[in-house]
Design a protein around this ligand. Sequence first.
Ligand code: ADP
Length: 491
Amino acid sequence: MAGVKKNNLRLKFDSSRNLAPAPESKSIANIADRYDLFINGKFEKPSSKKYFDTINPATEEKLSSVAEANNADVNKAVSAARTAYEKVWKKTSAKERAKYIYRIARMIQERARELAVIETLDGGKPIRESRDFDVPTAANHFFYYAGWADKLEYAFPNKNPQPLGVAGQIIPWNFPLLMAAWKIAPALATGNTVVLKPAETTPLTALKLAEIIQEADLPPGVVNIITGAGATGAAIVNHPDINKIAFTGSTDVGKIIQRAVAGSDKKVTLELGGKAANIIFDDAPLDQAVEGVINGIFFNQGHVCCAGSRLFVQESVYKIVLQKLKDRMESLIVGNPMDKNTDVGAINSRQQLEVIHKYLKIGQQEGAEMFQSSCAIPKKGFYCRPTIFTNVAQSNRIAQEEIFGPVLAIQTFRTEDEVIEKANNTPFGLSAGVWTDKGSKIFNMTSKLRAGVIWANTYNKFDPVSPFGGYKESGFGREGGLHGLGAYLKV
Ligand code: ADP
């Protein structure tokens, strides 16, 4: 195998791996120079008359400009959603609703390649991930919720489930199309109408989804997609004619939203930050565990709210796990997200890269030891080498705060009780991972870890059937599965 040498029984990798470039073509990405707001089934110019650029974080080149919705635009979108709810969608039979949702799912599949390429260009994630994870999972969410639309009476027997009305949905930049699907599919299945705002750095696939929704002939106003930054999001949150807010994003903004809706009768679900513990016991299959750790923290450059950003290794296997981890990190291919070989793509924005750099400094100042893979990274664009910290104290900021980048804080433990105590000792509670050969240990850990999702001997597995959501500062409410329907219903 080219570039792999045996050295003291462990493998050393040449990070370039001498692989020939395998770039995906951009030609399928049909990106307009400018995008307007999708309101009432049409693309409309913003009354703000303002547009902002969206760039490719891998190259810093401009991709398009996108409308910035102001209060008047938000009013227009909410009013379209209200009219569509009262006049059309509320009265549309569940079976008909399901047909539309199913049609959207099929159209996402038909345009999967285009969507994957645009997702990667706009957000920086490796094309392999957009192609094999984001886009198919987005389609799956529409398929799954299409199936529920006419079975709500069975999901909530004797509870007479009714839609809430207009849902305001605000999503982040880490899984742009997938988050839009997570939010729109259950809302439509339950008979609600939608005003959705994608994140300012990654609006393009949501706008492509708007085109799909238009082509699917969904009645005008049932889904409205408007673009803008925090002020647009705040205008949605504060709008008096919205019945439900579904937000995924940072804990800081989640807290602002929680305060803003206090005292109103808006129903809210918040899916916020995380600082997940990935826990390796000495009886675990170590190679698989290391692979799970790599996937847990370097998938999507670590821009994942449920990323396994803390690793706890049982002391007796610490040295071997650390060595395997470093070796594996050296084999990761970092760089052009459009290359099909790339494992770790571009950081989503300059601003996020600065946040990550800030934490790399903090980690070192706190006395932790930093190791980065030795790969070369492109000169232009926003990139960060896969990074781990050892010698980390429980109180260190890199062990307590969400970094949202390819940065792992490693600690050790001796007993189950000790690791449960350490793993739970954060303000967050979104996810966790446990690696062990013993089923009894898995049950003990899953019952004591305070996290909404716990994976055993795997990590970052998603399915529309499984509810997802957090405890503590990771938010509340569940998305996905039957639970995800409840969040959009009066029962
Ligand atoms: P991230 O850390 O992922 O950038 P943010 O919470 O800042 O997370 O952003 C998530 C989404 O929330 C984005 O669509 C952003 O525009 C929106 N947003 C930012 N500030 C506010 C706010 N005050 N009210 C509502 N939405 C906001």
